[in-house]
Design a protein around this ligand. Structure first.
Ligand code: GLC
Length: 649
C-alpha cells in the first residue's frame, strides 16, 4: 500500500459516498471484495502510475468508480455474479459453444430487437455464448467495421438503443446464452468527444492521446513499430493541420491511440467497461490490447504496462461485477500471447480468455500441405495456460488470416518459414496451381512481402470452386474439410467460436464492393449478410447447407456430452506415426480423449500399437458416432475424417 493511503479510511469514504444507499450487507460485500482484490489492484497500478504526483488520489478515484458501478448494478446481475462465483469454471465446461455475428447482418430486420427472434436458431445449434460484433456508435463513413467508436455509451443508432441492448442481453441470459461485445480500448474515433476537444486545442484532452509537435519522436518510434494496415496508410502517425500536431494512429488515420500513461484515460475506460457490464454484457472483448502502451526502441506491443492495465481492469471489475469475463484480442506470437491470460504473480489475474491464433493458422497450414508436422510441433511448444483461463478456438474470424509461422518452427520440421508463408498466401489466394481454395490477398506489404488472406471458411475450404464446377466429388471433399476443422476446434480445449454463416457453408460475399465505405477492405468478403434462405434449408441433409449445419450440430452435441473436453483438461498434440493424421490428447481427472484428424483427401490409418503406446489400448468408444472399436485393428480414417476416441469405462 502507498504510504499515505489507509484502506479503512478509503472504505469509509466509499460507504459514505457511492455505497451509501445500499443495505449494510450489500455495502459489506463490496468492502470485502475491495479487501480481497486490493493487492491485485495495487500491483499493476503501482507499475503504471506510482510516479504520478497524485497517485493516491487516483487510486481512490478508481475505487469510487468501481463502487459506483456496483451500487448501480441490477439485482438480476448481482445474482448472476454470485452464480458465477459459485461456479467459476462455467466458461470452461464442454457445453460452451460460441457464435459470432455482425448484429445488422444477422438480424432479419437489421436491429438489435430483431435478433431475439433468432435465439431459437442459436439454441438449435447449441450456442451458449454470442459475440455481437462492434455495435457502439461508430464514426460515420469508414469506421473499420465499427472499431472506430465515437460514443461508448450509445448503441449505433440504426441498431437501436442501449435499453434494447440490455433487453437483448437479458433475453439471451434467460436462454443460457452469454452476450459478448467489443470494447475498443486502444483507440477512439477521431470524432469522439475527447478527440474533438483535443483537436480544438484543449490541453487536458490532448493528453488523452499521443500527440507530437513535430516528426522527431514519431521518426524514432517508426524505426521499430510494425505497420498494421500498410495498404491503408503508411506509418503509425498522422498530421492534423488544425491542431498542428502529429497523432499516434496505429490502425487507420481516423483511429487515435489513447494515452494510458494518463490515469484519466484509465479512469474513463474503467467507467465505460463497468457501464457496459451493467447492461448485462457478460464478456467484453478488449480490442487491440497489445498496443495499449508504447515504449521507445521496442515494437510498442505487449509491453508490461499493457498487461498491467488489463490486470487492473480485471481486479477492479471483480469488485463491481465479478461475473464479467475479460477477453484479450492479441494476435501475437505464443510467447507474447500466453501472458494475456496471466503469468507469474499475475497468474489467473489478467484476462480469462484469449484467441488461439496459432491453432487457427496451423489448421489452414495443415489443410494446404496435407501434413500435420508443423502443427504438431508448433502446438507442442505452446506454453500451458493458467488453470482458470481458457482459449477461444476458431477456424477463422472477421479479420484476415496472417501466417504466424515462425522461422524456428518451420525449420524444425524441414521447412523454410518465408517460403512456407508464401506458399500459404499463394494457396489461399488462388495463385497456387491446383488449389481448392478461393480467397483474396489482404494488405500486401512490399517491404517484407507479407500477404494476409481474406475468405470465408467454406470458400477457403474449396466449396466455392467445387460448386462452380458442379464437381460432386470436390463438393464432398470441401464439406468434409469444413467438418474436420470444426471437429478440431471443438475438441482442442476452450470455447470454440463459430463465425456467422460458416455453419451453413456460406461462400465469399463480394457485395461489399458496392459500398464505398467498405470497398477498400476485402475482409468484408468473409463478413456476409446472413442468408436466412439457406438457413431455412438446414434440415435437408441432401443439400450442402443442411449437411454442414447438421454435421456441426451433431459435433456440438457430442462435445457437450464429453466432459473430458473441459478446458481445464491438459491439451497436448502427439505424433500419430502418420504425417497426415493429427493427434491431440485431452487429459484430466475426468478421463482421457484422443482426437484424430485426417488432413488429407486420402484414407489413412493409425497403427494400433501407436494408440497403445499413448495409453489408448483396449476397447475404445468413438464419441462422434458412439461406435465401439475393437481392441486389435488399426484405426482407419476416411478422407478428412475426425475421430474422438475414449477408453471404454
Ligand atoms: C482488431 C479488430 C480488427 C480491427 C483492429 C483495429 O484487430 O479485430 O478488425 O481492424 O482491431 O481496431
Amino acid at each position: 500500500m502507498t504510504e499515505n493511503l489507509d484502506l479503512s479510511i478509503l472504505l469509509d469514504s466509499l460507504r459514505q459516498g457511492p455505497l451509501r444507499l445500499l443495505e449494510p450487507l450489500e455495502q459489506e460485500i463490496f468492502c470485502q471484495r475491495v479487501k480481497q482484490y486490493w493487492g491485485d489492484v495495487l500491483r499493476p497500478l503501482t507499475l503504471l502510475y506510482a510516479n504520478h504526483p497524485e497517485f493516491d488520489t487516483w487510486l481512490g478515484r478508481f475505487l469510487h468508480i468501481a463502487a459506483r458501478a456496483y451500487a448501480k448494478r441490477s439485482p438480476e446481475l448481482r445474482l448472476l455474479d454470485f452464480t458465477r462465483l459459485n461456479e467459476p469454471d462455467w466458461f470452461q465446461q464442454s457445453n460452451m459453444v460460441g457464435y459470432v455475428a455482425y448484429p445488422e447482418r444477422f438480424s432479419p430486420d437489421h436491429t438489435l430487437n430483431g435478433i431475439a427472434g433468432k435465439i431459437p436458431y442459436l439454441k438449435e445449434l447449441g450456442v451458449t455464448y454470442f459475440h455481437l460484433m462492434p455495435l457502439l456508435q461508430p464514426r460515420l463513413g469508414q469506421n473499420d467495421g465499427g472499431y472506430a467508436v465515437m460514443d461508448y455509451r450509445q448503441v449505433k443508432s440504426e441498431l437501436g438503443t442501449m435499453a434494447d441492448l440490455a433487453g437483448l442481453a437479458g433475453q439471451l441470459r434467460q436462454n443460457d446464452v452469454s452476450l459478448c461485445i467489443d470494447l475498443v480500448c486502444n483507440h477512439t474515433a477521431k470524432e469522439h468527444e475527447w478527440a474533438q476537444k483535443a483537436m480544438a486545442g484543449d490541453p487536458v484532452y490532448q493528453d488523452y492521446y499521443l500527440t507530437f509537435p513535430d516528426r522527431t519522436l514519431p521518426d524514432q518510434y517508426e524505426q521499430t513499430v510494425r505497420e498494421i494496415f500498410p495498404e491503408f496508410k503508411a506509418g503509425s502517425f498522422t498530421y492534423y493541420e488544425q491542431m498542428g500536431r502529429w497523432v499516434w494512429t496505429t490502425f487507420n488515420e481516423f483511429q487515435w491511440d489513447l494515452n494510458y500513461s494518463n490515469p484519466a484515460v484509465f479512469a474513463e475506460m474503467l467507467d465505460i467497461l463497468l457501464f457496459l457490464a451493467n447492461q448485462g454484457v457478460e464478456v467484453l472483448r478488449l480490442d487491440a490490447v497489445a498496443f495499449m502502451w508504447k515504449r521507445m526502441g521496442t515494437d510498442c506491443e505487449n509491453q508490461p504496462e499493457a498487461h498491467a492495465i488489463l490486470q487492473a481492469f480485471r481486479a477492479l471489475s471483480r469488485m463491481a461485477a465479478p461475473g464479467l469475463l475479460l477477453k484479450a484480442e492479441a494476435i501475437v506470437p505464443p510467447p507474447q500471447l500466453v501472458p494475456y491470460l496471466g503469468i507469474g504473480e499475475a497468474t489467473n489475474k489478467e484476462c480469462e480468455v484469449a484467441y488461439h491464433n496459432v491453432f487457427m493458422v496451423m489448421l489452414w497450414s495443415s489443410l494446404a500441405e496435407r501434413k500435420v508436422a508443423l502443427m504438431t510441433h508448433a502446438l507442442q511448444k505452446m506454453p500451458a495456460i493458467p488453470s482458470s483461463t481458457s482459449w477461444l478456438t476458431y477456424i477463422r474470424c472477421h479479420d484476415d488470416i496472417g501466417w504466424a509461422v515462425t522461422e524456428e518452427d518451420a525449420a524444425a520440421v524441414g521447412l523454410n518459414g518465408y517460403l512456407h508463408r508464401s506458399f500459404l498466401s499463394d494457396f489461399y489466394s488462388g495463385r497456387f496451381e491446383g488449389t481448392f481454395a478461393r480467397g483474396a490477398t489482404f494488405q500486401f506489404n512490399p517491404k517484407n512481402n507479407d500477404r494476409r488472406i481474406s475468405g470465408s471458411l467454406a470458400s477457403l475450404a474449396g466449396l466455392e470452386i467445387a460448386l462452380e464446377q458442379e464437381d460432386e466429388k470436390a463438393i464432398d471433399l470441401a464439406v468434409r474439410r469444413v467438418i474436420l476443422l470444426n471437429a478440431m476446434i471443438l475438441a482442442f480445449g476452450g470455447i470454440p467460436l463459430l463465425y456467422m454463416g460458416d455453419e451453413l457453408g456460406l461462400l465469399n460475399d463480394p457485395s461489399y464492393l458496392e459500398d464505398p465505405n467498405l470497398a477498400n477492405d476485402n475482409r468484408w468478403l468473409h463478413r456476409p449478410w446472413m442468408d436466412w434462405g439457406a438457413a431455412a434449408k438446414r434440415g435437408d441433409e441432401a443439400g450442402v447447407n443442411g449437411r454442414i449445419f447438421q454435421s456441426i450440430r451433431r459435433l456440438i452435441q457430442a462435445r457437450k456430452q464429453t466432459c473430458t473436453l473441459h478446458a481445464r483438461a491438459r491439451t497436448y498434440p502427439v505424433w500419430t506415426h502418420n504425417e497426415r493424421v493429427f493427434g491431440l490428447i485431452r487429459e484430466s481427472a475426468r478421463g482421457r480423449l484422443l482426437a484424430l484428424g485426417n488432413f488429407s483427401e486420402w484414407g489413412q490409418a493409425v497403427p494400433r500399437h501407436r494408440l497403445q503406446e499413448m495409453g489408448f489400448g483396449g476397447e475404445l468408444v468413438e464419441r462422434l458416432n458412439g461406435r465401439a472399436l475393437d481392441p486389435y485393428s488399426d484405426i482407419y480414417l476416411e478422407p478428412y475424417q475426425a475421430l474422438w476416441l475414449e477408453k471404454q469405462m
